[in-house]
Write a protein that binds this ligand. Structure first.
Ligand code: BV8
Ligand code: ZN
Length: 259
């Protein structure tokens, strides 16, 4: 895969780089994107319909079970070469801010330090009433587990549609976008706000924009470099072209534990 020489130069010379990732970077780890049709029991639901406070109000058990199903899929997934390449960039660049819309925690598992989680994390659960994080919970057949402190229903510690993003990660993401000289948009369809406006914030401050995605998006016509294909192939090639250090993964293209 040939990486544009001009992009390699800019990457090597970058003083402050930022990247926003979406579901596409976890696709090669076997996790469905939001665009991909859901399977089995969940095929009848649009993700946006389940990921909302209204849905939880209406039918908390169905929403709880959907997240339990996704949590299981995430538990079985491993970071891929795309996640690893971004972890390497945090070691090879003077400043590299990694912002994600994903709730799967695979960036952290790949070794990326201080990942800005804009939409929360599916492995965490909190009380829908008092907000306290539940360190552990008992699955109760037919019911949604309850908060040990106030008895409220437990819910995933993620941001649902119509809910505001947590202030700190959002401010960190906007600050990183405004301060960078090079901004990557990776594996995201660029539809969900406010995440989708970060690339524009970076561009308005003169940053060079790069899109790494399997298909064109609304952002494509605005970027300086559009690399269309699999993030798990494009990102390792980019790191190798810039710093000559290959990204190693296991036979299945995924990171073996302990590597
Ligand atoms: C808010 C956590 C303030 C939960 C998520 C009208 C206009 C503008 C905005 C709105 C509007 N109406 C409503 C809104 C606001 C809404 C919004 O943006 N809606 C969209 C649908 C229009 N935003 C909100 O509600 C946000 N909050 O605005 O609060 C407010 C408050 C009250 C009232 C009004 C405003 C909260 C948004 C966060 C919701 N939570 N996730 C969970 O995960 O269950 S969003 C969730 O969906 C993800 O986190 C992610 O953000 C999004 C999915 O997008 P992507 O990650 O990009 O994934 P997608 O599948 O779409 O695309 C994958 C891409 O990868 C594809 O392009 C594909 O080609 C590519 N790909 C696939 N494989 C590969 C690949 N690329 C490379 N390599 C591969 N191998
Ligand atoms: Zn509580």
């Amino acid at each position: 895969m040939d990486t544009p020489a001009d992009l390699v130069r800019r990457l090597r010379e970058s003083q402050a780089c930022a990247a926003l990732t979406g579901a596409g970077i976890s696709q090669e780890s076997g996790l469905r994107t939001f665009r991909d049709a859901q399977s089995g029991l969940w095929a009848q639901y649009r993700p946006e319909a389940l990921a909302s406070p209204e849905a939880f109000q209406r039918d908390p058990k169905t929403v709880w079970d959907w997240y339990a199903w996704r949590r299981q899929a995430v538990a079985g997934a491993r970071p891929n070469a795309g996640h690893l390449a971004l972890a390497a960039m945090s070691r090879l660049l003077p400043v590299f801010k990694l912002i994600t819309q994903n709730v799967d925690g695979l960036h952290q598992m790949a070794g990326s330090p201080e990942v800005v989680e804009l939409h929360g994390n599916i492995q965490r659960v909190r009380c829908a009433d008092c907000g306290s994080i539940a360190p552990s919970w008992e699955e109760v057949t037919g019911e949604v587990p309850r908060c040990a402190i106030c008895g409220g229903l437990l819910r995933p510690d993620v941001v649902w549609f119509g809910e505001s993003l947590p202030r700190e990660p959002l401010e960190a993401a906007v600050a990183a976008a405004r301060a960078c000289d090079l901004f990557f948009s990776i594996g995201t369809s660029g539809i969900v706000q406010p995440a989708a406006s970060l690339a524009y914030a970076a561009r308005n401050r003169g940053a060079v924009l790069v899109e790494v995605n399997a298909e064109p998006t609304p952002l494509t016509t605005k970027v300086d470099f559009a690399l269309h294909g699999k993030a798990g192939e494009i990102l390792p090639a980019l790191v190798e072209a810039a710093w000559g250090s290959p990204i190693s993964t296991g036979p299945a293209g995924q990171v073996e534990a302990g590597r």
